[in-house]
Design a protein around this ligand. Structure first.
Ligand code: PMP
Length: 293
């Protein structure tokens, strides 16, 4: 997806930083911040629909859990994080947009050891991610290559956390895909099984059922779980299981799910082509209702 034209460090408005709203351009960190050197950083991505943050509780809890997995404690409670998120959205006056909470270790200590660092947290809100926010772009479907990078094993990296360090291979995969004219990359895991896209989970429609990889070494997305709920409500069977790339030819339709992507049909993975399928269309309509319910 193309970047927005406005740089993210030079905007009007406010960012919530360590307990208060500060002018956008003053929400800065020092170059010797531990997180910048050693990836001691976790974050969230949330959507605002009609002025309300969708699944705010789940996202805020995942932020806290991700930090704990990396061994640090966010100095704010779940309720305080929720209130801060709502305060930031309200101050921005945004009805439909994106929320980015982030928590990281500061510059008090340099080196692999980081016990002396302070934990910081910020929340920013914006509404100009055009490619993600336009229904037309979503309906067109996305084309994916297959990445050479594998999602790591759970004892190689903290795969259950939404941790910044895990995105290094996602950015490299996405860039490689874009260089070949694709929109995104499908990532396999350390066993060669299908895992997910670079920022979204994946579902395959096979003979009226949905098949999706078991999230045992990648994020069990909050959108993924919501979509499984919507499919169940429509009596569409969802099967979570290990999936191999050799099965991609069996699918009649494919889509990805994520906070930014919502439900986005996939029209191509490597040499396999797919239509925008009836299950995706149905669930997209159901999802649009759910997020504004
Ligand atoms: N996998 C990755 C790697 C992601 O970055 C995301 C987006 N957070 C997802 C899956 C989907 O997660 P969610 O539905 O919670 O946004």
């Amino acid at each position: 997806m193309a970047a927005t034209t406005k740089p993210f460090d030079n905007r009007d408005g406010s960012i919530w930083l360590d307990g208060k709203l500060v002018p956008w351009r003053e929400a800065n960190v020092h170059v010797l911040t531990h997180a910048l050197h050693y990836a001691s950083c976790v974050f969230e991505g949330e959507r605002i629909y009609s002025g309300r943050i969708f699944k705010l509780r789940e996202h805020s809890q995942r932020l806290i859990d991700s930090a704990r997995i990396l061994g640090f404690e966010i100095p704010w409670t779940l309720e305080q994080i929720e209130a801060a998120s709502n305060e930031t959205v309200k101050a921005a006056g945004i009805l439909d947009g994106y929320v980015r909470p982030v928590a990281w270790r500061g510059p008090e200590q340099m080196g692999v050891a980081a016990q002396l660092t302070k934990v910081h947290m910020a929340i920013a809100v914006w509404d100009d991610w055009k490619d993600y926010f336009s229904p037309e772009a979503r309906l067109k479907g996305i084309r994916m290559s297959i990445s050479k990078w594998a999602r790591p094993a759970p004892n190689t990296a903290p795969t259950a956390a939404k941790a910044a360090g895990l995105y290094m291979i996602c950015t490299m995969s996405k860039h490689a895909a874009e260089a070949e004219g694709f929109d995104d990359a499908l990532m396999l895991d350390y066993r060669g099984q299908i895992a997910e896209a670079t920022g979204a989970n994946i579902f395959f429609g096979i003979d009226g059922e949905l098949h999706t990889p078991t999230p045992d070494c990648f994020l069990d997305g909050i959108t993924r779980r919501a979509v499984i709920g919507l499919a169940n409500a429509r009596q569409i069977k969802v099967i979570e299981r290990p999936m191999m790339p050799s099965e991609m030819g069996r699918a009649q339709e494919v889509f990805v799910t994520g906070t930014a992507a919502e439900i986005a049909p996939v029209t191509q993975i490597a040499e396999h082509k797919y239509p925008v399928g009836p299950i995706a269309k149905q669930l997209m309509a159901d999802f649009d209702k759910l997020v504004r319910a």
